[in-house]
Design a protein around this ligand. Sequence first.
Ligand code: GLU
Length: 304
Amino acid sequence: MSSELTNQDHCYIGRFAPSPTGPLHFGSLIAAVASFLDAKANNGLWLMRMEDLDPLREPKGAAEKILDQLINLGLEWDGELLYQSTRLEDYDKTLQQLAKKELCYECDCSRSAIKSMGSIYNGQCRNRISKPCSDYAIRLRTENGIIEFNDLVQGNYRQNLEVEIGDFVIVRKDKLFAYQLAVVADDALQNITHIIRGNDLIDSTPRQIYLQQLLNYKTPIYGHIPIIVNAQGQKLSKQHFATPIDTKHGPKLIHQAMKFLGLSPPATIRQATVKEQLAWGIAVWDIQAVPKLANIPESSLTAE
Ligand code: GLU
């Protein structure tokens, strides 16, 4: 929002990148608060990116609603807001770079065919000669080797992409650019140095690091915070009917979010404004205090 800031020459550039599939719920608020506090405690910038690449999943007005909720909660971003829907030309250039190096290929395998491979794509279309007759996705070739990184919250994380994930989709059958390609292109464009987000994305991170390596982009530092799960173990998400947050209760929500993230806000600041509470959070923020758990059941969150 303060547009005089540029993201050059900053040691820390973080971001929040919601998909506008509905308003913010408590699960997404946690990711916003964690990335905001980590950026601000490190004198960094906190950028905002709207991941609006999938119009069929985006109710009208959802992006505006999210931005409104963030502003009402005192979570104001730096610089220009980036909309992924304006970035298609650049994603196409990124795709062409990969294609030039013969790193991707067309694949029309059906969901059921992939399921019968054990849900890890076996590279069947890698060397196909004929053009697919039906709709096809574009997949990226993976390698049989370990990709690892040191997560600020979860510690060492490693994956063999070819064995554990398989060649993955970078352009979907419906011709939309896939999340993995877009997120890597945008993190590079925005010079993101630190990515603090929900642990549901930790297993996407090796794919993103692999893409960064192929494209000669720098790899940011990652921290994956626990996600909230319901009684069925499903992530609190719009698909699972998580209740949108009501910013009328802003101070209480920020208080709860900070507690979830391992801080101990004193009861005396519960009545303070969202901005006062966040200022307290910035002053005491310690990413090492975030519970080193993959997820936390909704039922264990204390109602106040
Ligand atoms: N847009 C993704 C989501 O809302 C987050 C992507 C990211 O942080 O890398 O779940």
